[in-house]
Ligand binder design. Structure first.
Ligand code: BG6
Length: 471
């Protein structure tokens, strides 16, 4: 019997306005206005942007705020393009708890002729419900999209609650959960590099790979976000979401099609095969001086550093530890994944007392400038047949040109309804399931000096070898 392919679904419609809740907030100032500027410059925006904020600003003040943000975040912003972005931008001010705010938003959307807006919640999660109820009361959720910034809950239970709330008002295909790491081209490159290079796939498994290390290090501390960070900590802030997504990209099987769900299905399989973290697989640290930060408790045990070992019980990865660490106030900023292959056997031509050659490393450098470095062995100059590690390195910026920023790509995707680079609810739940035991039963927190690589106790997590610090 011949199966005919399923008829292709009609392409999703383009949103006809972007409504930005949290328009006067930190994220908007640091990342979102620059993303909108670049989108407009590249012809990917072209729809009205309505800012909503609890502020008494008028339009002129809102425009001045956008201009200031662009001056700080876009090098060489062109005045003509700034003007074009401002001509698209308007502000609706008002409290989220006030019904009049949503009535004013409806009026503004009617004035703009917008019928299928995308609502972007760049606001603290404790006001999500108030905002969604407000939109719903005005009949604004029908046919609209909702874009939600992380965190998606602060535990498995609260993630389920949030999902319940979203699904009451929006269809799953209209919900876009932002994990901005999924929008980073350097992170997406993990998939391309793995699956477009035949030389890697045969060795990408437990037979050749000894361990995988993922490091997200930030030089900055909590920078005035102490009060927020106290309720979060590194495990919730970046491991449950960003870094587990990176692990999934490193560990997943190739998706069966380019469709969003095919990609997301493979990631979920990795999470399902991953063992839940117990406290013994987690080392927590806190940088010295964190307790003196504004908004931080004098006896806080919140971790600003975490190192964990994840185990994936799959045919491909059984027995291969995936070490993940993330920290604030570290020696430098970097996002890297290092795949360490097994040590080769002692070289036939080396003396028995000589150490075996170093294992090969494949290092994905995912912060700016991004690239890949492969550490291989080559003959050391001299009479002996000795091996010495050398790096084969490529800088993608130099070789391939400039990358687009994560938020620019993600907002562009959300307004055309492309869900590939967004987190799906089952993955969100699966990742909470993995980290929840370590959250419920936290291990002790060890101090570490600012500007270091974290507490020495993290070294004990590694069964063998050492941490590969970013280059
Ligand atoms: C955010 C975290 O999600 O990611 C921050 O809440 C962190 O604490 C930030 O600083 C890091 O993002 P990036 O893109 O600079 O690696």
């Amino acid at each position: 019997m011949v199966h005919s392919p399923a008829p292709a679904a009609a392409p999703p419609e383009h949103s006809d306005a972007l409504v930005l809740f949290g328009a006067t907030g930190d994220l908007a100032r640091k990342k979102l206005f620059s993303a909108l500027y670049h989108m407009e410059a590249e012809g990917h925006l072209g729809i009205p942007v309505v800012g909503i904020a609890r502020s008494s600003w008028d339009q002129a003040e809102f425009h001045a705020h956008i201009k200031e943000a662009l001056a700080a975040t876009v090098t060489g912003a062109e005045p003509g393009m700034v003007g074009r972005l401002l001509s698209l931008a308007s502000l609706v001010g008002g409290d989220y708890a006030d019904e009049a705010t949503f009535a004013a938003l409806r009026t503004e959307l009617e004035r703009l002729g917008a019928k299928r807006p995308a609502f972007y919640l760049a606001i603290p999660p404790d006001v999500f419900e108030t905002v969604i109820q407000g939109l719903s009361r005005e009949g604004l959720t029908e046919g609209s999209r909702i874009v939600v910034e992380k965190p998606f809950g602060r535990s498995l239970a609260t993630a389920l609650e949030l999902d319940g709330l979203l699904l009451q008002h929006f269809a799953e295909r209209d919900i876009f959960r932002i994990d901005h790491y999924l929008g980073k081209e350097s992170v997406e490159d993990l998939l391309v590099f793995r699956f477009a290079n035949t030389l890697l796939e045969p060795i990408w498994n437990r037979n050749y790979v000894r361990s995988v290390q993922v490091t997200m290090a930030e030089r900055i501390g909590v920078e005035g976000r102490g009060a927020f960070y106290e309720g979060v900590g590194a495990l919730r802030d970046v491991v449950q979401n960003h870094l587990l997504q990176v692990v999934a990209m490193l560990a997943m099987e190739p998706p069966v099609s380019p469709q969003a769900d095919a990609l997301r299905d493979e990631k979920v399989k990795v999470f399902r095969a991953m063992r839940a973290l117990d406290a013994g697989a987690v080392v927590r640290g806190q940088f010295e001086g964190y307790r003196e930060e504004p908004g931080v408790a004098a006896d806080s045990t919140v971790e600003t550093y975490v190192a964990c070992r994840f185990d994936i019980d799959s045919w491909r990865w059984s027995g291969v530890p995936f070490y993940v660490r993330a920290g604030k106030a570290m020696a430098r900023s970097a996002l890297e994944a290092v795949v360490e292959l097994h040590e080769p056997p002692r070289l036939l031509f080396a003396d028995a007392e000589m150490p075996p050659p170093h294992p090969n490393l494949i290092r994905f450098r995912m912060s700016v400038p991004d690239g890949v470095t492969m550490t291989v062995q080559a003959k050391h100059p001299g009479p002996e047949l000795l091996a010495e590690p050398v790096d084969l390195a490529v800088d993608f910026g130099e070789s391939l040109g400039k990358r687009r920023e994560a938020y620019e790509r993600l907002l562009g995707d959300a307004i055309v309804g492309d869900a590939r680079r967004f987190a799906r609810q089952d993955a969100v739940e699966a990742t909470w399931r993995i980290v929840q035991p370590a959250l419920d039963d936290p291990s002790p927190v060890h101090p570490y000096p600012q500007g270091s690589w974290g507490p020495p106790q993290a070294d004990e997590l590694l069964a063998q070898g050492h941490w590969h610090h970013p280059q």
